[in-house]
Design a protein around this ligand. Structure first.
Ligand SMILES: Cc1ncc(COP(=O)(O)O)c(C=O)c1O
Length: 382
């Protein structure tokens, strides 16, 4: 079946009531038909039919065997890290969402798990970072916010020779544009808060597995830790998924038009959009994706310009998230990466001039008009 059909029908088909939309099961406990008998549902934390529908849909869309829905992307990452032991080491993409770095730096480090940041798109650098206790490679591609690209196929082939797990945060592209498990990765992570939900009204996290060993362990940790997605949020996520292909097409086509416009603006020095043919590792990326997504970062000429543009927006919202219907402009240094040491941010190009735009579903001409008026209003001769 086509991906778009699976988005609509892949998680739920009408039950005995004929309900076309998945029912929201808020019940916490399920009566047992007899001693040591189960309907398949016992207690809400362990499994819930509404959550199960969205998990099934996401497993199918990512091409995995199982999916697990959590209360947030960070809850999914925290659960994932339970796969590792004190003394283990991970190799991670040098440019990651700031909250993931915060978790690795604090919670994981406290638990005795260390990591090395490298450009995971440079296999030689990855090989140099390898240690006897390395257990996994953790990737964002494109990365947040500087759109670094990693060749998932190449790194998976190398990692598997070394018996390492390959984990990909697929939040930016979603399985509509990129399917890491098919490219060789072992586990996919999502902030479902972003494109999967798609409407800036839901907090969720997802892990997708394809190997029995990972599935069994994550299922155990999900139930044991208990940061599961609520029935109502599961339903919202399921509803969001139905329009994922339509939204992703629109986000991507608008983003390309806006990125081209941004490139021509005198106050903009650099545009990071993986769909631009002169973008970083364009050819590598083009081999593994079917579209380039709706995220653009750009560097303006000065900190004053960045601050001035943010305060002059009239349509686009100055806010810290992405992947929804409303266009959001974010200041990564002070928002998504505020807990990452300043020198580290600057070394990665996350400086006071960098802004990140999540292109929403408004008409691209209206988004451009808003940015145009905001740039035009920046005072000269400061
Ligand atoms: C790429 C990426 N991964 C993970 C997360 C964490 O997800 P959540 O905010 O749902 O906890 C985010 C949040 O911004 C993100 O951008």
């Amino acid at each position: 079946m086509d991906f778009s059909t699976l988005c609509v029908h892949g998680g739920y088909r009408p039950d005995c009531t004929g309900s076309v939309s998945a029912p929201i099961y808020t019940t916490t406990a399920y009566a047992h038909p007899g001693v040591q008998q189960s309907t398949g549902y016992d207690y809400i934390r362990t499994q819930n039919p509404t959550r199960q529908s969205v998990e099934k849909c996401l497993a199918t869309l990512e091409g995995g065997t199982d999916a697990f829905a959590f209360a947030s992307g960070m809850a999914a990452l925290a659960c994932l890290m339970e796969l590792f032991q004190p003394g283990d080491h991970l190799i991670v993409t040098g440019d990651l969402y700031g909250g993931s770095i915060r978790l690795f730096n604090t919670v994981s480090r406290k638990n005795g798990i260390t990591y090395t940041e490298v450009d995971t798109g440079d296999l030689d650098a990855v090989k140099k970072a390898y240690q006897a206790n390395t257990k996994a490679v953790y990737i964002e591609t494109p990365s947040n916010p500087t759109m670094q690209i990693t060749d998932i196929r190449e790194i998976s082939a190398w990692a598997h020779e070394k018996q390492l797990k390959v984990i990909v945060d697929n939040t930016f592209l979603t399985p509509y544009f990129q399917k890491p498990l098919q490219l060789g990765a072992d586990i996919v992570l999502h902030s479902g808060t972003k494109y999967l939900g798609g409407h800036n009204d839901l907090l969720a996290g997802i892990l997708v597995t394809k190997q029995e060993e990972d599935t069994t362990r994550i299922k155990f940790f999900q139930n044991t830790i208990g940061a599961v997605l609520s029935p109502f949020d599961s339903w919202l996520l399921l509803r969001g998924l139905k329009t994922l292909p339509l939204r992703m097409e629109r986000h991507a086509s608008s983003a390309l038009a806006i990125a081209k416009w941004l490139q021509k603006q005198p106050k903009i020095k650099k545009v990071f959009y993986p769909g631009l043919e002169d973008s970083f590792r364009y050819a590598v990326n083009a081999k593994q994706v079917s579209g380039f997504g709706g995220m653009i970062s750009f560097e303006v000429d000065s900190e004053e310009t960045a601050r001035s543009v943010l305060s002059r927006l009239k349509l686009v919202l100055f806010a810290e998230s992405l992947g929804g219907t409303e266009s959001l402009l974010t200041y990564p240094l002070l928002q998504t990466h505020s807990d990452v040491p300043r020198e580290e941010c600057l070394a990665k190009g996350i400086n006071e001039r960098l802004l990140r735009l999540s292109v929403g579903l408004e008409a691209p001409a209206d988004i451009i008009a808003d940015l145009e008026q905001a740039f035009a209003a920046v005072p000269e001769n400061r």
